[in-house]
Design a protein around this ligand. Structure first.
Ligand SMILES: Nc1ncnc2c1ncn2[C@@H]1O[C@H](COP(=O)(O)OP(=O)(O)OP(=O)(O)O)[C@@H](O)[C@H]1O
Ligand SMILES: [Mg+2]
Length: 374
């Protein structure tokens, strides 16, 4: 087992005008499950391939344990990688597929069999060892691909979207299996996905990348509760956080007919940049619905507090419902998503008055996108 560190690791592809991965700095603890997530083209696979030794590193360094592996060939790094297209050998049995790398490495037959059987037991594949891949389900094939990596007993597992060719239901069950398997084996793992739900449910920590730049590395909880900037705020969470640009007023920011309290420091940080507005973020579950006639906390007593949202679509999910609506903010019409109780969802066309719950608002600089509130 080992730690992994990216130390300002940079990759510029030949002919590229800017780095695909730009000074990536992450320290991964021994036994940790770290997920790299971000939109297509942000540099996830490139980062993983640099760690695997499949891509040159043009600046900075990569270390596994206390070894500098920056310029070592892949075979000397003691890693095993599971790809999106894990292509099992169709003419070989499950056992032979799993043991193939060991056979190439010259390990004797009895030892290979022992390791394969151990891995098969962990992966619940014992009864399939003599089958060919085509006689397995998608999830079982995926486990064989994991088995190939496990038998090698590497210091580090690397996985690049290993679940992307499974159907939605299987993806959910397999992601739990991979996460619990990793915890049992305790092997340091770097896992790439573009799916933020997968990232949040599997990772001990999550690293969000955008355009080759690391935006934030944090536990799933902190990432959700305190996104470091507008990009992370909008990327993590489903449905996404509502982000509304609003004017700065005394002691806070004006949100419809209420004031969202914001610390003096945060406001002066925003004004210091010359900004007249800030961007307020509220997650769909953090709106309180104001009852008819409720004026508590309203700026003007002639109107209900908060923001009037016209209901366009209601998504009923049983326990919860999501209202997709629009509201007039300043002179603009904004789309908003509000979570409501599944037992009392409003009608399409109805008007809801919503107030962001105290302590659950996020404030970002409109000009730089950085977080202003604690
Ligand atoms: N071999 C290459 N030569 C030149 N540019 C490349 C090469 N491979 C990737 N790139 C570019 O580097 C950037 C990062 O690519 P990368 O494959 O790391 O993205 P990714 O985050 O894995 O995306 P996806 O989610 O689509 O797999 C992209 O802009 C891509 O076009
Ligand atoms: Mg990729």
């Amino acid at each position: 087992m080992a730690t992994v560190s990216f130390d300002k690791a940079t990759r510029v592809y030949p002919g590229g005008d800017k780095p695909a991965v730009d000074q990536l700095d992450i320290e991964i603890a021994d036994g940790e499950f770290l997920v790299l997530v971000g939109p297509s083209g942000c540099g996830k696979s490139t980062s993983l391939r640099m760690l695997a030794g499949l891509e040159d590193v043009n600046g900075g360094a990569i270390r596994i344990g206390d070894r500098d592996v920056t310029h070592l060939p892949p075979k000397d790094r003691d890693i095993a990688m599971v790809f999106q297209n894990y292509a099992l050998y169709p003419h070989m049995t499950v056992a032979d597929n799993m043991g193939f790398a060991l056979k190439i490495a010259g390990v004797n037959k009895a030892d290979i069999r022992k390791k394969v059987e151990e891995a098969a037991k962990i992966l619940d594949l014992t009864e399939y060892l003599d089958r060919k891949p085509k006689a397995l389900s998608g999830g079982q094939r995926q486990r064989v691909a994991m088995g190939r990596a496990i038998v090698r007993e590497p210091q580090v597992f690397l996985m690049d979207e290993p679940l992307s060719n499974l159907d939605a239901k299987l993806r959910v069950s397999t992601r739990t299996q991979i996460a619990s398997l990793q915890r049992r084996l305790g092997i340091t793992t770097v896992y790439v996905t573009h799916d933020q739900v997968e990232a949040m449910t599997m990772g001990d920590r999550v690293a969000v990348l955008k355009d080759g730049l690391l935006q934030q590395v944090d536990s799933p909880r902190n990432m959700y509760d305190r996104p470091a900037n507008l990009f992370v705020a909008g990327f993590i969470g489903s449905p996404a956080m509502n982000l509304v640009e609003v004017p700065i007023t005394d002691g806070g920011v004006k949100f419809g007919n209420s004031v969202v309290p914001v610390s003096r420091e945060a406001l002066s940080a925003a004004s210091g940049k010359g900004d007249k507005t800030v961007t307020v973020g509220v997650r769909p579950e953090h709106f309180d619905i104001v009852e008819e006639g409720g004026t508590n906390g309203a700026l003007s007593k002639d109107a209900p507090a908060g923001l009037a949202v016209t209901v366009n679509v209601v998504e009923e999910l049983g326990a919860d419902g999501y209202v997709y609506g629009t509201a007039e903010v300043g002179s603009e019409t904004k789309d908003l998503v509000v979570r409501v109780n599944g037992r009392s969802v409003p009608e399409k066309g109805a008007k809801l008055h919503v107030v962001p719950r105290a302590g659950e608002t996020h404030v970002f600089s409109t000009s730089t996108g950085e977080r202003l509130t604690d």
